[in-house]
Ligand binder design. Structure first.
Ligand code: GLC
Ligand code: MG
Length: 543
């Protein structure tokens, strides 16, 4: 794929009025352990987040999504929930949560929590009861099976974190299923009592006023009823990690999952305008099924992670935009994600210059963008020395490069001790250049990544064409991705140079001239050429 072979396509603007807040909105992911520590334990907390809300509001995003804050033994840093209706003491208390929510709302922002339905911590009271005996009333809340005839695990499923997905429990002589760590036991969503208990959980948080949920590994929640073996993956090589030893045909993405997604949606809709975002890592044709249908809607936004892995060149990015836009079901709304606590830092992967282009891409594509904390500072690759590794995914399969700690290092606020993150040494190291790559220094520098993000977010907020407008891929020269964004009579062109050489662009037919609204290089005049690694947003004049 060297060239853009795409004809222009204008997608219909589905104008439902009024639009829900999250369609033009931008979501900002906060990883609570690493945003701001207030009590000096080296780990971020809710009070810390509350104190930094002015920063978030000034950035210009619309909603905050918090990674899990619930009581947890922290085997997977909160994705192992021991009580779905509380706050871990490490992060604060329910009262502090309520205070945070009030202040978020006072700033006109929304708050999303992270709902982790596929598995609970093995320390959860439900699992403790389930484990107690074969005839526990909660035995069927999880997956318990006899050993295979040879005493080994009941089937060939592998854990995403390495090894078998089954753990033997000598007390009752059976194995239980864990798609992730053995400390994260999979819940049985075919059990009506599990569903009822989790409905109470959703109501608990919606009643408190949360504006929506990101749903962790939604596509894993239902397994084939007979738990049959997965097919072996013919392309497996050990350096991929054992997750890839088998194809997850029977352990995930079962047809019944859409009924469950719909059940979550029905609860959310009962509270008015609440947002459900699904974490789903599947190819596009399967991903879009999570939108559901008009009769049976699923989640509002099945996360679109394609920018994580797409080869970084104009043709590939144009291709994924085109295929994704074409695949979207009628009435559904797109979304794009550039970074997360699970993925390598974008600036580490692409370098600073292309990370600026990526920021412009993320914030000018049609759909709801999710921005990950620290990417707005351009935090790049952070080396983690072996003795500081924290991520269980890394520790369980050392040497495969599966570690996620590099994306989870603390925010740098200023050049004071520990970058203003904590009075104490933080739980993970800061990025090496934190003394100048921090929020205070960047806020004062118009050429910084932070200033670019703020301008992009402001421009997007001021011009609906850039958020909810139609998108049209435009033919362009090699190395340049060019698209139009239009709403009514307002037309923008975004042109992104993926190369380290200057490139010419041409305006679409009918455009008399254009004025430069924003350049990733900070310049204010434009003729027809892009500098190396430059992205521009142009506003067209059609007279
Ligand atoms: C999701 C989370 C990840 C976690 C996993 C298991 O992918 O984003 O951090 O390890 O689920 O809960
Ligand atoms: Mg703390």
């Amino acid at each position: 794929m060297n060239e853009l072979s795409l004809g222009p396509r204008v997608n219909a603007v589905h104008s439902r009025t009024p639009r829900p807040w999250w369609q033009p909105g931008v979501v900002y992911q906060i990883y609570p352990r690493s945003f701001q520590d207030s009590d000096g334990d080296g780990i971020g907390d809710l009070e810390g987040i509350r104190r930094r809300l002015d920063y978030v509001a000034a950035l210009g995003v619309n909603a905050i999504w918090l990674s899990p804050i619930f009581p947890s033994p922290m085997a997977d840093f909160g994705y192992d929930v021991a009580d779905y209706c509380g706050v871990d003491a490490l992060f604060g208390s329910l009262d502090e949560f309520d205070a945070l929510l009030t202040e978020v709302h006072a700033r006109g922002l929304k708050l999303l929590l992270d709902f982790v339905p596929n598995h609970s911590s093995t320390e959860h009271r439900w699992f403790q009861e389930s484990r107690a005996s074969r005839d526990s009333p909660k035995r069927d809340w999880y997956f318990w099976r006899d050993p295979a005839p040879d005493g080994g695990p009941p089937n060939n499923w592998t854990s995403d974190m390495g090894g078998s997905a089954w753990e033997y429990d000598a007390a009752t002589g059976q194995y239980y299923l864990h798609t992730f760590l053995k400390e994260q036991a999979d819940l049985n969503w075919r059990n009506a009592e599990v569903r009822a208990a989790m409905t109470d959980v959703l109501r608990f948080w919606f009643d408190r006023g949360v504006d929506g949920l990101r749903i962790d590994v939604l596509w894993h929640c239902i397994k084939a009823a007979d738990l049959r073996d997965n097919p072996l993956n013919p392309d497996y090589t050990p350096e991929q990690g054992e997750k890839f030893r088998v194809l997850q045909q029977h352990s995930a993405n079962q047809p019944e999952i859409h009924e469950l997604a719909h059940a979550f949606r029905a609860i959310a809709d009962g509270y008015g305008e609440r947002l459900l975002v699904g974490e789903i890592c599947l190819p596009i044709d399967q991903l879009i099924a999570y939108y559901g249908s008009p009769e049976m809607p699923g989640v509002h936004l099945p996360f679109n992670f394609q920018l994580f892995e797409a080869p970084w060149d104009a043709a590939h990015i144009a291709h994924i935009i085109d295929v994704y836009e074409a695949a979207l079901p009628d009435g559904s709304w797109p979304n794009w994600v550039l970074g997360s606590h699970d993925a390598p830092r974008i600036a580490g992967r692409l370098g600073e210059a292309q990370a600026r282009v990526a920021a412009m891409l993320l914030l000018t594509l049609r759909g709801t963008p999710t921005l990950y904390q620290g990417d707005e500072l351009g935090i790049g690759h952070v080396p983690i020395s072996p003795e500081r590794v924290q991520d269980p995914q890394d520790l369980r399969q050392l040497g495969l490069g599966l570690g996620r700690d590099g994306a989870r290092t603390p925010m740098a606020w200023d050049d004071s001790r520990n970058a203003g993150f904590s009075r104490r040494d933080p739980w993970l190291p800061l990025h090496p250049d934190w003394q100048h790559r921090n929020a205070a220094a960047q806020a004062a520098d118009p050429g910084s990544m932070l200033s670019l993000y703020r301008r992009l977010l402001a421009l997007r907020r001021d011009h609906e064409a850039l958020s909810i407008g139609a998108i049209e891929l435009q033919p362009s020269s090699l190395d340049v991705l060019q698209y139009g964004r239009s709403e009514g009579e307002v037309h923008f062109v975004v042109a992104l140079n993926f190369s380290t050489a200057p490139r010419e662009i041409s305006l679409p037919p009918g455009a008399a001239s254009a004025s430069l609204m924003l350049s990733t290089h900070g310049r204010t005049t434009f003729d027809s050429g892009l500098e190396p690694n430059e992205g521009v947003i142009l506003r067209l004049k059609t007279d």
